[in-house]
Design a protein around this ligand. Structure first.
Ligand code: E4P
Ligand code: PEP
Ligand code: MN
Length: 453
């Protein structure tokens, strides 16, 4: 045992052993020599995050499981290498931090802030191939695996991209650390950040009201002598889906303080709905690391699946270790979530329950865009709150796909985007994201739900 409460199980299965266990949704590399070279390069790279930071996040998630804090996790469905610019990262952080401020102030609850960024480059897909006209090529699986351009060269699986993921993640995390600790995220800035766009936005009144309240609260704290440095930095953590075994295995290292393995590619890793087989390689690898981990649970998950996953991922019952991210869809959550939460609670398992209101609500419009209705997103979150309220459990957080830009990818919201508007700025390479206005609107609605409790 050590301060993490985890019994040291230093052995990590080899990559070959993991593949032998069986892993779905993996790339097929044509050349094993260049694959191994990329993995060896990654093994020599410095950590992107530190084990102590992962421990700090695990402690914060333990607060979430106990009902003492709320998790806000968000970012792109799929980050892209082209998107590693100061403007793009800053816009995403701005919207996330603004949402967090709304939640903190409107609901008076501490918010744990986690980006789906600095590593969210690999995508599981429903189909291995994509057909356009009479041409069929491998599906785009994220910049970590292949390119989006519809050519055989671009769609080939290229292991050098794993090294590119490391570099893109390092650059993104460096920016995120600078923005969140260098004064940019100072609470006093937040009001200013959004004034330009809230002017014409449906959230204007509510946003300005909250801005004035924060200004008043800060002036009061100033007057009583609270150190202004207190509002200068925010705690911010990184996360992505742990999908590619080559990458996650190469980034798993034994921490010298605790003798425990940590996946140092991100603070928090999650297992997707398509790779959560309890006897599969993804669960095996994540059961060995000390980072806090999440599992997406879709409508086919049974309580027994959830309990087995918990037991495998957290045999030592370390607080904050396991987050269950449910993504049932607005039409199913009220029917399916109660049984799951009841059984897991009755088994005495302490988990953070988080709602992903995106992935169960995706459909294709007649004009060919993959999209989501803002109202369905809200309805799933509402269902999540209703179920937890009726069971006396804590609705621990929100996991969303969003961007800081004014894209047109999801329908509805205060600006009432229609399917015809989707063509204007549909930029995602995978799933549709909430834009800046829709994200803030969601934050206000969730803050009301939290405050009602
Ligand atoms: O982000 C999640 C999945 O990768 C995505 O929803 C899969 O999309 P697909 O059904 O178009 O493959
Ligand atoms: C792949 C994702 O979700 P899920 O595993 O829930 O389908 C995702 O979060 O982008
Ligand atoms: Mn997605």
């Amino acid at each position: 045992m050590n301060r993490t409460g985890i019994v040291a199980r230093v052995s990590i299965p080899s990559l070959a052993d993991l593949h032998a266990i069986g892993a779905v949704q993996q790339p097929s590399y044509a050349d094993p020599v260049s694959r191994d070279a990329a993995v060896e390069t990654l093994r020599r790279m410095p950590p992107l995050v530190f084990a102590g930071e992962c421990d700090a996040l695990r402690d914060r998630l333990a607060q979430v499981s106990r009902g003492e804090a709320f998790l806000l996790q968000g970012g792109d469905c799929a980050e892209t290498f082209e998107g590693v610019t100061a403007e793009n990262v800053r816009n995403k952080l701005r919207v996330l931090l603004s949402m967090a401020v709304v939640l903190t102030y409107a609901a008076s609850v501490p918010v744990v802030k986690v980006g789906r960024l600095a590593g969210q480059y690999a995508k599981p897909r429903s189909s291995d191939t994509e057909t356009r006209g009479d041409v069929t090529l491998p599906a785009y699986r994220g910049d970590a695996v292949n390119g989006f351009d519809f050519t055989p060269q671009s769609r080939a699986h290229d292991p050098q991209r794993l090294v590119d993921v490391y570099n893109a993640s390092a650059a993104t995390l460096n920016l995120a650390r600078a923005f969140t600790t260098g004064g940019y995220a100072d609470l006093r800035q937040m009001h200013v950040w959004n004034t330009d766009f809230v002017r014409n936005s449906p959230v204007r009144e509510r946003y300005e009201k909250i801005g004035h309240e924060i200004d008043k609260a800060l002036a009061f704290m100033d007057a009583i002598g609270v150190d202004p440095e207190e509002f200068h930095t925010v705690d911010f953590f990184s996360s992505h889906e742990a999908l590619l075994l080559e990458y996650e295995h190469a980034m798993t290292r034994v921490d010298s303080r605790t003798s425990l393995p940590y996946d140092v590619s991100a603070h928090f890793l999650w297992i997707g709905e398509r790779t959560r087989q309890v006897d599969g390689a993804h669960v095996e690898l994540l059961s060995r690391i000390a980072n806090p981990v999440g599992v997406k649970l879709g409508p086919t998950s049974t309580p027994d699946d959830a309990i087995a996953l918990y037991e495998k991922l957290n045999p030592d019952r370390v607080p904050g270790k396991v987050t269950f991210v449910t993504r049932f869809g607005a039409g199913k959550i009220r029917d399916l979530l109660p049984h799951l939460v009841e059984k897991v609670t009755a088994a005495g398992l302490e988990v953070a329950w988080v709602c992903d209101p995106m992935h169960g609500n995706t459909f294709e419009t007649d004009n060919g865009y993959k999209t989501r209705e803002f109202d369905d997103v809200i309805d799933e979150v509402r269902g999540f709150f209703e179920v937890h309220r009726s069971l006396g459990t804590w609705p621990g957080g929100l996991h969303v796909e969003l961007t800081g830009d004014d894209v047109t990818e999801c329908l509805g919201g205060g600006n009432r985007l229609s399917s015809l508007d989707l063509a204007t700025r549909y930029e995602t390479l995978c799933d549709p994201r909430l834009n800046r206005a829709q994200s803030l609107e969601l934050a206000f609605l969730v803050a009301e739900m939290l405050a009602e409790r």
